[in-house]
Design a protein around this ligand. Structure first.
Ligand code: COS
Length: 386
């Protein structure tokens, strides 16, 4: 749902100009330094980019899902690392509070997340817990009006900058699966929390991930998302947060694909072989056209799913369809963009080499392609059985 097209267009213009004038020129620097410069983070804060999806009553822009994916298309036109620094406040780091938090929890965290004053981070994955998210091992044992948390969380995006973690921990060891998991808001400066060394990744330099280790961390019971009577509800919160996150990531994939197509087309029109621009060779044209058609298909399905989500409908199937298609699609587009560049595509001076590595993550995080297939197929079977 687009509430006011003119207001949205203004926002999209601002974001698109920011991407072109400030972010794209700094891509290489971010890749080399593996961090987003502070002045750029400050500009993102001023533009309100940390609070895109946070409701207006808590200081955010309160974008609908359709509006949000339109912004994500624009942000996708530059290195995913830029989106990542604001991504958790708009997605997995704030949505648990927005969807299931108490009013007090919303008041405590959301206004400061919306301005970017604090960063929220999502701590689900563990050394032995990845796709099987319901098997969380980190424990939260009740002790008076607190829980005592122990465990290690892995590959936690923005952990080095985080002020608060949405933590998934097992409160009931008797229940082995999803039903024993609860969600907590844990302040990052709580005694007993330490960070591992920064992960060295294949791509997306500038986006920071590391382990977060919890050793006898005392968390007030009132910090359970939704309040102390919500034991065992954490997994469902995580799944709802991921449904939304998967749609957002799909939109970013579409934006990146569009950027790669621009890069490949520009190169193909300039580069001459056999006496003419390679864009005039039909085998190059086939790669350009396939990429264009697939990016267009991705854009269309993301918009359709976002509109459905805005009606209040359950879009778990659609979100997983989008994530499955768009993450794979941008992988193919990146591969063709490198191929169109030929030898130049393998050289780091050209952005396609960096994007080729960056996009590999889309098929893995917020649920692998295989997990999306499982979600879609399970939902199909469930719906057909009802
Ligand atoms: N929204 C709301 N509730 C949901 C839900 C959703 N999208 N998906 C599942 N649930 C509920 C189920 O209805 C079920 O509730 P009941 O026990 O009341 O019936 C409960 O959650 C458990 O669901 P399920 O049995 O399907 O859980 P599984 O352990 O089989 O796990 C998958 C399901 C595999 C889909 C899940 O573990 C998953 O998404 N894994 C990937 C995790 C991931 O994306 N990690 C990335 C890192 S985090 S950035």
């Amino acid at each position: 749902m687009i509430r006011d097209q003119e207001t949205l267009n203004q926002l999209l213009d601002i974001v698109s100009r920011f991407v072109r004038e400030r972010l794209i020129p700094n891509e290489q620097r971010v890749a080399e330094e593996d961090r987003i410069p502070d002045d750029i983070v400050d500009e993102m804060k001023e533009l309100g980019l940390f609070g895109l999806s946070i409701p207006e009553e808590y200081g955010g822009l309160g974008l609908t899902m359709e509006e949000e994916v339109n912004v994500a298309f624009e942000l996708g036109h530059t290195s995913p690392a830029f989106r990542s620094i604001m991504g958790t406040n708009n997605g997995i780091g704030s949505q648990g509070i927005i969807m299931d938090g108490t009013e007090e929890q919303k008041q405590r965290y959301l206004p400061r997340m919306a301005t970017g004053e604090i960063i929220g981070s999502f701590a689900l994955t563990e050394p032995d817990v990845g796709s099987d998210a319901g098997s969380v091992k980190a424990s939260a044992v009740r002790d008076g009006d607190h829980y005592v948390v122990n465990g290690t969380k892995r590959y936690i995006t923005n952990a080095p900058r985080a002020s608060v973690f949405t933590l998934m921990a097992r409160t009931n060891p008797e229940v082995k699966g999803a039903g024993g998991v609860s969600a907590f808001l844990v302040d990052a400066d709580s005694p007993g929390i330490t960070l591992g060394k920064p992960d060295k990744k294949m791509g997306q330099s500038g986006s920071q991930t590391c382990d977060v280790i919890f050793e006898d961390v005392r968390v007030p019971a009132e910090n359970m998302i939704g309040g102390p009577d919500k034991e065992g509800q954490g997994f469902k919160t995580a799944m709802k947060v991921l449904d939304r996150g998967r749609l957002h990531i799909s939109a970013v994939c579409v934006g990146v694909a569009e950027r790669l197509i621009e890069e490949a087309l520009r190169f193909a029109m300039e580069r001459k072989q056999f006496g003419k621009p390679i864009a005039e060779h039909q085998l190059i044209q086939a790669m350009l056209a396939d990429s264009k058609a697939e990016a267009y298909a991705g854009r269309s399905m993301v918009l359709e799913a976002a509109r459905k989500m805005d009606t209040g409908a359950q879009v778990s199937t659609e979100a997983s369809c989008c994530k499955l298609y768009c993450a794979e699609m941008v992988g193919r587009v990146a591969d063709r963009a490198v191929q169109i560049h030929g030898g130049a595509g393998y050289i780091s001076e050209y952005p396609v080499e960096r994007f080729y590595r960056d996009v590999r993550l889309f098929r893995i995080y917020e649920g692998t392609t295989q997990i999306q297939q499982i979600v879609v197929a399970r939902n199909m079977i469930r719906d057909a059985s009802n």
